[in-house]
Design a protein. Structure first.
Lengths: 225, 225
């Protein structure tokens, strides 16, 4: 988490205008870092991309590049969760889970399979050299995992999933599969791998769906686990 | 693939001593790039890490950094496949698949969950800014996927997997799950996510195992797909 002493000026002490400027810097940095990597994004690049920002202004908000990177991770986590949470909060059936998969696959296609996961694609470059960034990435992934397990647990609470299903375990596997799928999509420039792995996870969750198989011989129901 | 005109001097024209020097440069660069990222690895760093190499020697072997990056990807692909292929070529049962999973999980634990996948961890930084590197990463991943599908197909040819299983699809999902698992391991510094996702894939493959379930009521066998 970004604490006040990591940034030049604590975010909560900023005026509305200051917050808007800070936000513009972070958004520009996030876009550049996603596109070309963290190390290849200079303060000068960020300044140019944010428009009308002086170097001293950047240092006013962020004491060093690491604190800017932390703000970028927080920004990307919000972006991902604001896209994911509404979809995940509506998980109330296998069809909803499939709609979630389709929304992710469609988004990658719209982006021409460029960019990967805004959070996951930072792992390779940052995890082993910036312990604070790694911890912040891990905590963003944990929030995402929680949103998925809340969705799966809601399905279970409604009685759509058998109570023997472990929502936390399934959510962790789902997020992990999604991370692999997004990485492969970025590497391969197609969504086949993403679809394949999400389908495997969905089929696994379907094993616990109380309405599965669609036309069950009732005598088989106790044998399908 | 690295072609002769991308490197300073084509590898096949080198003497044995030249090849050894080139190999030393590539090994040093691979280690540094895995640890700190591609952009943060300078020619000077590589020169120092390889020991007793002059800058002009690096340029003798690699005309620019991109050609060095390509040699690093090729080197990492060989390292991964030389570890993976013997394990994958022995896939002849669900137990062998579980042993493969265990070998991967153990390796990550031995490495203290640092480093991620030597190939996959380059995707975030390189895929969108170096088209040749992306293509080479994709082709390395395809070779790995092929090794997995050969293993699954061998199980099928031996009659251990039902012929309705699609080895190519299952292999793609398996490699994708593994990539996600390695990324999450690097981010979280534990192997729980890796184990969770590989178990989901293995359970999916087990659905096609002809000896599954272990104590089947014979009457259920035609209903379990």
């Amino acid at each position: 988490m970004v604490t006040s002493d990591e940034a030049g000026v604590p975010e909560r002490q900023l005026t509305a205008r200051g917050r808007a400027t800070r936000e513009r810097i972070v958004a520009a940095a996030a876009e550049l870092m996603a596109e070309r990597g963290v190390a290849s994004t200079t303060t000068q690049d960020v300044q140019k991309a944010a428009g009308g920002i002086s170097p001293s202004q950047i240092y006013h908000y962020f004491s060093d590049k690491k604190s800017l990177v932390q703000a970028v991770i927080a920004y990307q986590a919000e972006a991902v969760l604001s896209f994911q949470t509404p979809l995940l909060s509506k998980l109330d059936s296998m069809e909803a889970l499939e709609a979630w998969r389709d929304a992710i696959v469609d988004l990658q296609r719209e982006r021409a399979c460029v960019g990967g996961c805004p959070i996951g694609s930072l792992v390779g470059e940052l995890a082993d050299r910036d312990p604070l960034a790694r911890a912040q990435i891990a905590s963003s992934l944990a929030r995402w995992e929680k949103a998925i397990s809340d969705g799966i647990r809601a399905m279970q609470d409604r009685g759509d999933l058998d109570k023997r299903a472990d929502p936390d375990h399934l959510a962790l596997a789902t997020l992990t599969a999604l991370q692999g799928g997004l990485l492969m999509t970025q590497a391969r420039r197609d969504t086949t791998a993403l679809e394949a792995v999400l389908n495997v996870v969905i089929e696994r969750i379907r094993c616990y769906a109380t309405a599965w198989p669609p036309n069950p011989a009732e005598t088989l129901r106790s044998d399908r686990y």
